[in-house]
Design a protein around this ligand. Structure first.
Ligand SMILES: [Ca+2]
Ligand SMILES: [Ca+2]
Ligand SMILES: [Ca+2]
Length: 266
């Protein structure tokens, strides 16, 4: 039986203790900052008709309407403040758009090919669970060299090779602010934009949500650094506290909304 070691990594980190490796640099919490609670952020997903060029740089005006969702939980569910990565969500009725931005001192990515083991290097991940009434969910991973891993799980623990056999039609582009695969200098980070056709998520019927519909979603990350012995994993939800990135019970509610409110008049 094939064992998916990804489920074991958070547990091993807890059992072995993170103190066995040099502590990754995490910005200290500012004085007076409110402590994070062990609840995932709700994720507003506003409807937009504005153009978004999928080029890895989420600098279109449309993105200014999308609230930033911080990856504010570390590998054992403790708060990371301020967060070093965030995600934003939009949709246009046919496609889901997601922008992710990550600070990263050492951006690395060498793996190639669809569904490669991208979590073994710097990676940003998106988990989507459309239906409360079904066990099915989707996982997407993106590397800093623009490689894609996409998987459809009929249920948690389903064989990985069966899950990854599914390929979506999503479009993604990555932008690296620094030098890829060159740990000798200090990078600043990387970002990506993706457009996922919602019709791709058809396994439980009509997958085009209505306005007001609520799914569940989480964005997660492994940040590797040549100067650390262990990667730092963070997420928008306290997933690793309760058994791994696949703990969809604690994902945030993804709210498919109408257009964003008009800016107030000066
Ligand atoms: Ca763009
Ligand atoms: Ca796939
Ligand atoms: Ca890194």
């Amino acid at each position: 039986m094939r064992v998916n070691t990804r489920f074991l990594i958070p547990l091993l980190v807890v059992l072995l203790g993170v103190s066995c490796s040099p502590a990754p640099e995490v910005d200290p919490a500012p004085e007076g900052a409110a402590p994070a609670t062990a609840e995932a952020d709700p994720i507003p997903c506003y409807l937009t008709s504005d153009p978004i060029e999928i080029d890895g740089r989420p600098d279109e005006p449309a993105w200014q309407q999308a609230p930033e969702i911080p990856l504010r939980f570390d590998g054992v569910g403790n708060p990371v403040s301020p967060a070093r990565a965030s995600a934003r969500f939009l949709w246009d009725g046919e496609e889901l758009f997601v922008a992710m931005t990550a600070k990263d001192r050492d951006v690395g990515s060498t793996l190639k090919g669809r569904d490669a083991r991208l979590w073994e290097e710097d990676v940003l991940e998106l988990f989507i669970k459309p239906l409360e009434s079904s066990l099915l969910y989707y996982e997407f991973e993106f590397s800093a060299s623009n490689q894609i891993f996409d998987a459809y799980f009929v249920k948690r623990g389903a064989p990985l090779d069966e899950a990854t056999a599914w390929d979506s039609q999503l479009r993604v582009a990555v932008s690296v602010d620094g030098t890829l695969n060159y740990p000798e200098d200090d990078d600043r980070g990387w970002s990506l934009e993706l457009a996922l056709p919602l019709a791709d998520l058809h396994h439980a019927g009509n997958s085009i949500p209505k306005q007001g519909e609520v799914w569940k979603a989480a964005v997660c990350r492994y940040d590797y650094d040549a100067r650390w012995e262990q990667p730092l994993n963070t997420a928008t939800a306290p997933v690793t506290e309760s058994g791994g990135f696949h703990s969809y019970e604690v994902y945030g509610p993804l709210l498919f909304k109408g257009p964003p409110p008009a800016p107030s008049q000066p």
